[in-house]
Design a protein around this ligand. Structure first.
Ligand code: PLP
Length: 231
């Protein structure tokens, strides 16, 4: 299967899941998680109509940016972002999806102010409470959202989550529902319903995420094929 065929098949599945909730595929943003795939693969995905490309490693993204890998589509940063790499990401991407600590939030504000721009971000919630994962604890989300609102050079566009790895299909539905509920409540109470995105769902579970209200899915393997990590 080619990248274009994979994207077409995923679009159909996205559309079917969206229709179960009274929406269509047009309401869902498909982010191609292109880590470990080269600029040619990114261009192929763009030619096949991917909405957005998402990267999670700063060094790889910087190299692919220099190679014009993302031309014609928005770029999101979706990975764990270290504070000392913020300078290489702010102003380079349309959306930083993975802002999961107050320290990172303040660092992005500082860098965006320095560059004289407003950086769009999502707040990442660690919904499974996993120690190894970044993200705000669910109970910290209101405070984080309220803080972010006071910062002049960041604009919160929504929430993002990476739930625990599923042991069986459907297991993450409970987490997706919790994040969607948080999104709706924070949007209403803190953001005058101006947030737009709830980013959740990956290759193995994007249909469930959509059923729970996701409108942004980040799909890697199902588009680009298996990634091979050197060990
Ligand atoms: C790699 C990655 C994805 C996509 O994962 P797949 O299981 O390959 O679809 C989604 N979100 C983030 C943050 C990622 O790093």
């Amino acid at each position: 299967m080619s990248i274009a065929e994979n994207i077409a098949a995923i679009r159909e599945r996205i559309d079917a899941a969206a229709r179960e909730t009274g929406r269509t595929g047009a309401d869902i943003t498909l982010v191609g998680a292109s880590k470990m795939n080269d600029a040619a693969a990114c261009r192929e995905a763009i030619a096949a109509g991917i909405d957005v490309l998402g990267e999670n490693r700063v060094q790889e993204m910087t190299a692919k940016l220099a190679d014009n890998a993302y031309e014609g589509r928005p770029l999101h940063f979706i990975g764990h972002l270290q504070r000392n790499k913020v300078r290489q990401v702010v102003g380079k991407v349309d959306l930083i999806e993975s802002v999961g600590s107050e320290a990172l939030l303040r660092e992005i504000e500082k860098e965006a102010a320095k560059q004289g721009l407003v950086q769009d971000i999502l707040l990442e919630v660690n919904i499974g409470g996993e120690e190894a994962k970044s993200g705000f604890a669910p109970e910290q989300m209101y405070e984080a959202a309220a803080l972010a609102k006071t910062l002049e050079h960041v604009r919160v566009r929504g929430l993002m989550t990476i739930p625990p790895v599923e042991k069986s299909a459907g297991e993450n539905m409970v987490y997706f529902r919790k994040v969607h509920a948080l999104y709706v409540d924070i949007n209403e109470k803190i953001y005058d319903n101006k947030m737009e995105y709830v980013s959740m769902g990956m290759s193995g579970d994007f249909e469930d995420a959509i059923r729970a209200g996701s409108n942004m899915v980040r799909v890697g393997t199902a588009i680009f094929g298996q990634r091979y990590y050197a060990n």
